[in-house]
Design a binder for this molecule. Structure first.
Ligand code: APR
Length: 238
């Protein structure tokens, strides 16, 4: 009898208690900035400097000394380490808090704030400084081609085949800190259910997909996630 396989999906809510803004809360990013101005290929074609500044501000905020993984990030790394079955963490977040907490079997389906992609040569390179049209690609040396390695609205998320395979085979799907508003991530719970998985939502409030979850626990991620991980590991004697 194989150990159950787990797929975890996280959203901005898991990083909120680390000091990073969510998108659709009252104090969220989209309450201050329009998606059409900073998070679409058309916005980048129209005003590169505006888009670079939006991500430069978020990159500086992420790298500020007071932003660190919280108990929820750490609990997921602990679960991955101790779990006897297959485990995949899919995050919609572009921050690096899961990695810094120790997660390894991790997919950033919406890209990563600390990476840049060159439109000339296609290479993705680490990026911890401000991006600008004047910056040259570290690989091909050309100017004017660097963009944040972030998936914009209207673009295809990353590693979807790997995610779909994991969902088709999972026994437990856990959604944490996401409002369930953006597809394809918002559709993962239905795919997991169709595969026969038990589905659990851990979120501050009911998400848009609440009715698709077998179980929902509402509260702060730093309280819900460690407790849930402790229960899971106790069930398998870890
Ligand atoms: N603990 C748990 N959940 C929280 C907390 C917290 N401390 N704070 C907020 N939340 C919940 C909110 O109730 C909300 O349901 O996290 C969710 C955040 O939802 P969104 O702001 O919509 O963020 P997310 O679901 O990750 O957005 C998905 O949309 O804009 C795009 O690319 C962007 O990846 C993002 C995607």
């Amino acid at each position: 009898m194989r150990a159950p396989s787990i797929v975890v999906l996280t959203g901005a809510g898991i990083s909120k208690e680390s000091g990073l803004d969510t998108f659709r809360d009252a104090d969220g990013i989209w309450a201050r900035v329009r998606i059409e101005d900073v998070a679409t290929p058309e916005a980048f074609a129209r005003d590169k400097a505006r888009v670079h500044e939006f991500y430069n501000q978020r990159r500086r905020g992420l790298l500020a000394g007071n932003v660190a993984p919280n108990a929820a990030h750490r609990a997921l790394a602990r679960l991955e380490e101790a779990w006897p079955g297959d485990f995949l963490l899919v995050t919609q977040n572009i921050d690096n808090l899961h990695e810094r907490a120790g997660s390894k079997r991790l997919v950033h389906m919406h890209g990563e704030l600390l990476k840049a992609r060159c439109l000339h040569c296609g290479n993705v390179t680490p990026c911890e400084e401000d991006l600008a049209e004047s910056r040259a690609c570290l690989v091909c040396g050309q100017l004017g081609g660097l963009r944040p390695h972030v998936v914009w609205f209207g673009e295809m998320p990353l590693e979807m085949e790997r995610i779909e395979l994991a969902l088709a085979d999972c026994d437990l799907f856990v959604s944490i800190g996401t409002s369930g508003n953006v597809y394809p991530a918002a559709g993962f719970v239905a795919e997991a259910r169709a595969a026969g998985a038990r589905t659990v939502e851990l979120n501050l409030e009911p998400s848009a997909g609440r009715s698709l979850f077998h179980e929902a626990r509402h509260g702060l991620a730093t309280a819900l996630v460690p407790a849930f991980v402790d229960e899971l590991l106790a069930q398998c004697g870890r």
